[in-house]
Design a protein around this ligand. Structure first.
Ligand code: ZN
Length: 711
């Protein structure tokens, strides 16, 4: 009875420790290992008829639909946007709603924004004049939404309340399940210079020619997600954790100066009104060019156009079906090229818009990288369902449906380093890849940054390898996550944390989950089982709203591999991999009394030679592996024999189920083993390789130095 109490208590203690931060690489559960292989039933939401235990959407799965008709006017002289919209909200849930919540993301830039207030700050040792003026002298930039009207469809006023970046529409009468509500909002706001103020959209000013490149998003009040997981997902937008959005159809009319070139989400409905005859001819050529981009607006033409500053305007008319958001980019400076991409027999277009400052880097790689992304991602998930994908020279990395903004410019003389090239291609693949996660597999970014960034960073690696042989992969490789995972544990949070609250945002939400998936594919599940399961998850949740549980469950359900221990360790704790060889004992077998055979520990070299002759040249070993790291992981062992030949053996992670600290394995062979190495290809993110071999390797001077400074 006493013993039972201890066990129960220790399990309780462990589960709270998992939710908080598991502090060290030490294991907390002594010699039994019930915790690390325990199923996640107590952690994941209970399956229901909307989200099944298999990880698929259930028979009663619903999601809301929100359609927008938006009219936008861009004032280039004042860098200002004025807009009005009619929103049609379809309540597909089974619940009656008494209010709707809208996101007012631009209020993060309002004069009274609380975002700067939650940022700890110090007086620096020094600063630049520009920064000094911006921080201490100038009035802060006011880029918040000015909501000029919120009305019913008949223009009567509609009650509403604004709370920072959220606006509640108080419905005149409850909206029953299955009903639709229409209303209108009008607004304007000052566009931020994103090169000065930062941000996920804005404009870049070019003093040399006086033009602005606009990359515009979060420019309209848009609905929050309502579902059976969060109710209303109306967590404030603080600037870092991104967005949760419903799918819907968008009719968008954008009025710009008449000499602007523009790219946007959706099908351009009036191309004859806004493009020249020459541009239309080249566009038609691009739609047939599968090998090389066709330039539709040339650099020379763009240079001529950027001198114009027309006072006239034109209106670009778009329709986008089943998208979760809307964005556009516009400028006089834009060069435009495009090429056709064959996705399983369907032609999709890859386009780029860029200023001459980004050429020839963009001309060389932007559209090609976009095309490669669509091909690779389609292979690992589902056929890209939209008609196009656009990459814009936006001097930031940010994604929207069918369009994204990317960084990277060559030097003034037009040359660029490999570093610039690979960074630009890497970000472009990443941002175009976001079309799949989260624009189509529409996870809740406000809550779970890793669900889109982690999955996307992983497929990004596969696309980079497809783009160019020997492409230098960085983020996502197991060996590259070691420094982060082995860092100061008080500054590391589990992957299953909200993006706003993370330290080391990139390592936590991008690199570590990408590494986790890389390890699943390369080491734990194998390519075939992983790829099938990953595709299953992607296709199940295409145009839907998955949660982490839906991902975890789908990966297991489609592969017959219990991964709860992996999710628990890699996603819910900050434990690290560290597996070592503690001890190796050698034995020989010799005849005993009657038909008995005795194993005798072999302590000298002379005996070993004899033993070979005695027992059919068999060598016997007892290898004790220890595990200073908290993560349970497979033990990948390479045996090297006296004749120089090698063997590999992987013991699955379940080998740790009885004892989390060490495990002993009997091994026999026909050849003498002279060397044993754990994880020889650095597949498991083992944080300390000094204990990975037998006989123990001498530490290099550098390793000695490293372990000294770590203390
Ligand atoms: Zn991203």
């Amino acid at each position: 009875m006493k013993k039972l109490t201890t066990v129960v208590l220790s399990i309780l203690f462990i589960s709270t420790a998992v939710f908080a931060q598991t502090p060290t690489r030490a294991t907390q559960d002594g010699h039994t290992n019930q915790n690390k292989f325990r199923q996640l039933k107590d952690v994941l939401a209970t399956p229901n008829t909307q989200r099944t235990a298999s990880g698929a959407p259930g028979k009663d799965y619903t999601q809301q639909k929100v359609d927008y008709v938006i009219d936008i006017v861009l004032d280039d002289a004042k860098q200002k946007i004025t807009g009005s919209e009619t929103i049609t909200y379809h309540n597909n849930s089974t619940d009656e709603l008494t209010y709707l919540w809208l996101q007012l993301d631009q209020n993060k830039r309002a004069a009274d924004s609380k975002t700067p207030d939650i940022q700890p700050s110090k007086i620096p040792e020094g600063t630049t004049k520009v920064r000094f003026d911006k921080t201490y002298i100038n009035k802060p930039f006011d880029g918040g939404f000015n909501i000029t009207s919120v009305t019913n469809i008949d223009d009567s006023s509609l009650s509403h309340t604004i709370n920072q970046t959220m606006m509640r529409i108080n419905l005149p009468k409850p909206l029953a399940a299955g009903e639709t509500f229409q209303f209108k909002v009008a607004w304007w706001y000052n566009i931020n210079n994103h090169r000065v103020e930062g941000g996920r959209s804005g404009f870049e000013h070019f003093p040399a020619d006086g033009n602005n490149n606009y990359v515009i998003a979060q420019f309209f009040p848009r609905l929050c997600v309502y579902d059976n997981v969060e109710g209303w997902q109306n967590d404030q937008f603080w600037g870092r954790s991104e967005f949760a959005l419903e799918f819907g159809d968008y009719t968008v009319n954008i009025t710009t100066p008449s000499d602007h070139m523009l790219g946007a989400t959706g099908v351009l409905l009036n191309e004859k009104d806004v493009l020249t005859k020459t541009q239309l001819i080249r566009l038609a050529e691009a739609k047939k060019s599968f090998d090389n981009p066709v330039v539709i607006q040339t650099q020379d033409e763009a240079i001529k156009t950027e001198k114009g500053f027309s006072k006239k305007t034109k209106t670009w008319k778009f329709f986008a079906e089943n998208v979760r958001d809307y964005a556009f980019a516009t400028s006089r400076k834009f060069i435009w090229d495009g090429m056709a991409v064959d996705i399983n027999g369907k032609t999709v277009m890859a386009y780029s818009y860029y200023s001459k400052e980004a050429n020839p880097l963009y001309g060389d790689h932007s559209t090609r990288a976009t095309a490669q992304t669509l091909k690779t991602y389609s292979r690992y998930t589902f056929d890209y369902p939209y008609h196009k994908a656009i990459s814009v020279d936006g001097q930031m990395g940010m994604e929207y449906p069918q369009i994204c903004f990317n960084p990277g410019r060559p030097k003034a003389d037009g040359t660029y380093s490999d570093r610039t090239k690979y960074r630009m291609i890497g970000v472009t693949i990443h941002e175009v890849g976001h079309n799949f996660f989260p624009m189509i597999v529409n996870s809740d970014e406000r809550q779970w940054t890793w669900m889109d960034e982690g999955l996307n960073s992983f497929v990004q690696m596969l696309a980079m390898m497809d783009y160019e042989e020997g492409y230098p992969l960085g983020r996502g490789l197991p060996k590259n996550i070691v420094d982060y995972m082995d860092g100061d544990q008080s500054r590391i949070a589990p992957i299953m944390s909200k993006g706003d609250n993370l330290y080391s945002f990139g390592s936590n939400a991008y690199a570590k989950p990408a590494t986790a998936l890389w390890i699943l594919r390369e080491t734990i599940m194998g390519k075939e089982l992983f790829d099938h399961a990953f595709r299953t998850y992607s296709q199940r949740w295409m145009f839907k709203h998955p949660t982490p549980a839906d991902f975890f469950r789908s990966m297991e359900d489609a592969s017959a591999i219990d991964l709860d221990w992996f999710w628990r360790g890699w996603f819910y704790t900050t434990d690290v991999t560290d597996i070592g060889i503690k001890n190796v004992k050698k034995f020989y077998a010799e005849a005993g009394e009657g038909d008995k055979i005795n194993f005798v520990e072999d302590t000298t070299k002379a005996l070993k030679f004899e033993s070979a002759k005695k027992a059919n040249s068999k060598f016997f070993y007892e290898i004790t592996f220890d595990k200073p790291g908290g993560l349970v992981m497979p033990i990948i062992v390479e045996y090297t024999y006296a004749d120089g030949s090698k063997d590999r053996k992987t013991y699955p992670a379940q080998i740790w189920r009885y004892n989390d600290k060490e495990v002993t394995k009997a091994v026999y062979s026909n050849k003498e083993i002279i060397n044993i190495a754990i994880d020889p290809d650095l597949e498991t993110a083992d944080v300390d390789t000094s204990n990975n071999s037998w006989p123990k390797k001498q530490k290099s001077e550098f390793e000695e130095f490293k372990s000294k400074i770590k203390g």
